[in-house]
Design a protein around this ligand. Structure first.
Ligand code: NAD
Ligand code: SER
Length: 318
């Protein structure tokens, strides 16, 4: 029976992934861990600094961990404030997880990558799986290096490590942690609270995104696939949907006709300009049957429905 260690469990994706893993494997089979200790948590939680390899080893041994999901990282926008710390944290934690998994014979590892691996040399429309990778952010540089390390551990040690290049993840359950795509969550919170929104990207900036339900399902489907189905061992391209700030604002206006968005691009615009607009995920579709379920209309309905419950907003306008 599998026991799962999730590192970075308190973040935007970890919060939701832990619940999905608890449902799949059982409450006592999932060890959630993070630097930050939550005030309330259902299940097993351990405070962990993943820059300390011996601390990861101790948890793996104590709980007889068979799978690790490593989510701790500093994301694209926050990373630019402190490039050296971002490189050190992102790389040290990845190397620790890979090495502990190798030595302790952990059977499967998941480490996400990002659309941030792409830079100006990649074709921005339907960006291919195999592209020249010249990222412009320290976050993107660390993700390219992590992809190469994953390939290395698979090839040299046969470690079953799997990865997805997540697009910007949109969720109602948790807040994003310092990325360039964070506007696409913030805008829904403002709208449901009856406020207007000032967007830090220009209205026509098209980026690849994915709804959290799809991102979690993709992760579980990749991890469930037979090892011989997995032909990509650095990281799979994954597509959900692609839209601009103006398009998501229009989708929200369908529910809140008086909602207004203004645009004041900041340093994140340059990061967004260097990223793809849409992603070719044919390898994920071919190898493990990936297919997204949410388009912009369905995601907007679901986001507003759930955020309304969170904020007790008056939905008589809907
Ligand atoms: P997040 O910033 O919301 O959460 C990261 C978590 O890691 C935080 O809870 C933080 O406390 C924890 N952490 C930081 N340093 C740590 C350490 N030394 N030891 C243990 N925990 C530590 O990030 P997220 O959005 O949930 O992203 C999870 C992963 O998915 C990251 O690798 C990120 O690069 C990747 N990803 C996310 C997105 C997205 O849109 N959210 C898109 C592409 C890729
Ligand atoms: N959503 C992430 C970011 O903007 C992409 O990795 O940093």
């Amino acid at each position: 029976m599998d026991t799962i260690l999730v590192i970075g469990a308190g973040g935007q994706i970890g919060t939701v992934l832990v619940q999905a893993l608890q449902q799949k494997f059982g409450l006592n089979r999932v060890v959630a861990s993070d630097l930050k200790t939550p005030q309330v948590f259902s299940g097993i939680f351990e405070t962990l600094d993943a820059t300390k390899a011996e601390a990861i080893t101790a948890l793996v041994r104590r709980y007889e961990v068979t799978q690790i999901y490593h989510l701790a990282a500093i994301l694209s926008a926050s990373g630019e404030a402190n490039p050296i710390r971002t490189w050190e944290l992102n790389m040290q934690t990845v190397l620790n997880v890979l090495e502990v998994a190798r030595v302790e014979k952990v059977s499967k590892v998941f480490i996400p990558s990002s659309i941030a691996v792409f830079g100006p040399s990649a074709n921005p429309v339907n960006t291919p799986q195999q592209s020249f990778l010249d990222p412009t952010t320290v976050y993107g540089i660390s993700k390219v290096a992590a992809e190469n390390w994953m390939q290395y551990y698979y090839t040299k040690y046969n470690l079953d490590v799997r990865s997805i290049r997540y697009p910007g993840v949109i969720s109602y359950q948790s807040m994003p942690g310092g990325g360039t795509t964070d506007y696409a969550v913030d805008i829904y919170h403002k709208a449901v609270q009856g406020q207007d929104y000032e967007c830090f990207l220009s209205e026509d900036t098209r980026l690849p995104m994915i709804y959290m339900d799809d991102a979690i399902r993709a992760t579980l489907e990749l991890m469930e696939a037979d090892a011989d189905q997995i032909t990509v061992r650095n990281s799979y391209n994954l597509a959900g949907l692609s839209f601009t700030p103006a398009e998501v604002a229009a989708a929200i206006q369908h529910f809140f006709p008086t909602f207004q968005t203004t645009y004041k691009p900041d340093f994140r615009q340059q990061i967004a300009n260097s990223w793809p607009q849409s992603i070719d995920d044919s390898a994920a579709r071919r190898d493990w049957g990936w297919k997204p379920a949410y388009d912009l209309t369905r995601m907007t309905e679901d986001m507003i429905h759930h955020l309304d419950h969170q904020y007790h907003a008056d939905l008589t306008q809907v």
